[in-house]
Design a protein. Structure first.
Length: 452
């Protein structure tokens, strides 16, 4: 079923036009307050006189009017289309980045009108429509979903191709009860001026290689796109332009994150919940020269929630993090995990170093934490990954310091001493151990505790 063409958002008759505002839902009469535009003596449909005296009249072309309209929002520009010249000017106007939202039948119809009347719109946000309305299926759709929505009224998303000057495009579902896009939509990858792309579409099928159609792309934000496929190396075609890359919850995206290490403008890299691999220790001194924020998935050795197979591997990872923090102290501040939680690092249950807790005794210290005392950074093996220790059953090993002790004459020395005392409260059981004891050592500690 297709959308009802007899119920458009605008009605045109001669120079008289009614337009439905997508933001207010009101009908605007384009000629309600403006007097009829005078016919120019020149006979040109693209010029209007600015004075009644033919001897002094200054003629302004549609190109010049377009410059004036460029300071207005898309709603005001549409309302200003009171005559042929101004309608022609609107078609030439480069509309400011005001973010036109399509989230209802009414706003979709408004976009359909603007596809012709205002083709230089630069910023569009496509959201789910209301229940009972969907965007038409693309190529190779999910047939089960297509059958489920067979009785819904469909709307042609291909109308977006008219907006050839798009700088910013967002496609995002807003309700679990509505379908956004289903299948492949090649028409959405033909905007050579696009700077910002955000996609969150569970049933939209596409590949990272298609991003080569956006040669000046700066910001890429992809969230929860399970049908997205491709290798991270496909982004190399955008090496000189990309400043932000967020690919989160896209499990079919794979590759080596170090393929982006020489991107000169890259400031933000978040690859959470992808299948990207390799090792955080691969980052070298000159890797990611402009990076300000980094978040890597657990599939990367040293990424968020990474589980170590061997206790002996940990010090080299901690050294890498320390070096990165010395270069960029705020590098991990945007992560879901606070730095003190060491990104959710822990010992894997499959590790040969793992063993079970002795009932009635403290838990084995198989969770990692960073320790910040004043300006000094260190790390420790702990029983729990938060600060609310049960000091009877939750303990920590000795602190492995990464920074030297601050001078006793430094401004933060007293704060450092107080914070160290706080951390020492949970250290009694594993005192003298800088890493988890072996299983035999742990059992002996438990026996000694019961004896004493």
């Amino acid at each position: 079923m297709t959308s009802d063409d007899n119920n458009p958002s605008s009605y045109t008759g001669g120079d008289h036009q009614l337009l439905l505002s997508s933001s207010t839902g009101r009908l605007f009469d384009m000629n309600s307050s403006a007097p009829p535009a005078p016919e120019p003596e020149t006979g040109s449909r693209n010029e209007i006189p600015l004075a009644d005296d033919d001897d002094t009249a200054e003629v302004v072309s549609a190109d010049e009017v377009a410059i004036i309209l460029g300071f207005l929002s898309h709603v005001d520009i549409m309302r200003a289309r009171v005559c042929t010249t101004w309608r022609d000017a609107a078609k030439k106007t480069l509309v400011p980045l005001t973010g036109f939202k399509v989230n209802s039948v009414r706003s979709f119809n408004a976009m359909r009108v603007m596809a012709t009347a205002l083709p230089n719109l630069q910023d569009i946000k496509i959201y789910s429509l209301v229940r009972g309305h969907i965007y038409a299926s693309g190529e190779d759709p999910d047939e089960r979903l297509a059958r489920y929505h067979a009785n819904d009224i469909s709307h042609d998303i291909n109308i977006l191709s008219n907006f050839t000057k798009l700088r910013s495009l967002e496609i995002s579902w807003t309700s679990v009860y509505t379908l956004l896009l289903n299948g492949r939509y090649p028409v959405l990858f033909n905007f050579p001026l696009l700077r910002i792309l955000r996609i969150c579409a569970r049933h939209m099928k596409w590949d990272l290689e298609m991003l080569s159609a956006f040669p000046v792309l700066k910001e890429l934000d992809l969230l929860s796109n399970p049908q997205l496929t491709g290798n991270l190396s496909s982004l190399r075609t955008l090496k000189d332009t990309l400043e932000k890359v967020t690919i989160e919850g896209c499990q079919r995206v794979h590759g080596n994150y170090m393929d982006l290490a020489d991107f000169p403008r890259l400031k933000v890299l978040d690859l959470s919940e992808t299948a990207v691999t390799v090792d955080i220790r691969d980052i070298r001194e000159h890797s990611f020269p402009g990076l300000e924020s980094l978040c890597l998935p657990s599939s990367v050795s040293g990424g968020s929630d990474y589980q170590f197979q061997s206790i002996s591997d940990v010090p080299s990872f901690m050294h890498t993090i320390h070096v990165l923090l010395q270069r960029t102290p705020t590098l991990f501040e945007e992560n879901d995990y606070d730095l003190s939680d060491a990104f959710g690092w822990s010992l894997s249950e499959d590790s040969p170093d793992m063993y079970d807790r002795e009932i009635g005794s403290p838990f084995p210290p198989f969770v990692l934490r960073f320790i910040q005392a004043g300006s000094r950074l260190g790390w420790s093996w702990c029983s729990y990954d938060d600060e609310d220790y049960d000091y009877e059953y939750g303990c920590q090993c000795e602190i492995n310091w990464l920074d030297p002790e601050p001078s006793s004459e430094s401004d933060d020395y007293e704060a450092y001493i107080e914070e160290v005392k706080h951390f020492e409260r949970g250290r009694d059981f594993y005192r003298g151990y800088n890493e988890p004891p072996t299983e035999m050592e742990y059992r002996r500690l438990c026996e000694d505790r019961e004896t004493n």
